[in-house]
Ligand binder design. Structure first.
Ligand code: DX5
Ligand code: ZN
Length: 221
């Protein structure tokens, strides 16, 4: 199932509730929340109290992408705050199995992410227990970066070589020009920050991206 997940990193943080309503009314399937700790990545964003406030106004699932060094310690906080999807990085030095168990034990979806220079094989041992695999198409930390097309080989490997049946998400530089190749490679969840919030007509932009993804996806996606 194709899903468009606008990243609130590109929204007006002084008006989060209005921005949430605006993208939901424009057709967002999930809301992508980028959590950064200033340590795993060189940027700081939001934490559990803000996620909780967003959950109070959101109508669609919260897709929480944590770019943090200790995803295990913070898992309960983000799950309590309302994360429906909790995606952490394979590069984070933590007990990944324990994170997955916590997330799934509470009936939420567990995801793991790969930086552009990390081989897919790094998370293959966990794949059978994951609901989602996130292939980063930029180095995490900032919105508005250029799409790295070389990561599509990993998307194909995960979807077609491994036959991974869960969600394959792609994040970074996704726009109407790059989304088709990602869908053709086997991705089905598309994160977009600047391409959505920077559009003059957000509803038209989401519809266009969905149309292009559908046109390039294989019929089973
Ligand atoms: C980058 C974040 C992305 C980012 C995407 O570290 O994980 O979710 O917001 O932004 P765009 O779509 O502008 O590349
Ligand atoms: Zn993200």
């Amino acid at each position: 199932m194709i899903r468009i997940a606008p990243s609130l990193l590109a929204c007006d943080f002084a008006r989060i509730a209005e921005e949430v309503r605006r993208v939901e009314e424009a057709g967002a399937d999930w809301l992508h929340l980028d959590v950064m700790d200033g340590h795993f990545v060189p940027n700081l964003t939001i934490g559990p109290p803000v996620v909780e406030k967003i959950a109070a106004v959101a109508r669609v699932p919260l897709d929480v992408h944590v770019m943090i060094t200790d995803p295990l310690a913070f898992a309960p906080r983000f799950l309590d705050a309302g994360a429906q999807v909790y995606t952490f990085h394979v590069e984070a030095p933590c007990d990944a199995r324990a994170v997955i168990e916590q997330v799934k034990g509470r009936g939420r979806r567990a995801g793991m992410a790969l930086n552009p220079d990390t081989p897919a094989a790094a998370l293959k041992p966990f794949a059978a227990d994951l609901d989602l695999i996130l292939v980063m198409s930029v180095f995490p930390g900032f919105g508005g970066q250029r799409f790295i097309a070389g990561v599509l080989a990993k998307v194909r490997e995960i979807r077609y070589d491994w036959g991974f049946r869960g969600d394959v998400q792609i994040d970074g530089g996704i726009d109407p020009d790059t989304i088709g190749a990602c869908a053709a490679a086997g991705a089905n969840v598309f994160v977009a920050g600047s391409a959505v919030f920077g559009a003059p007509d957000i509803k038209a932009r989401i519809a266009e991206m969905r149309r292009r993804a559908q046109a390039s996806a294989s019929p089973s996606d």
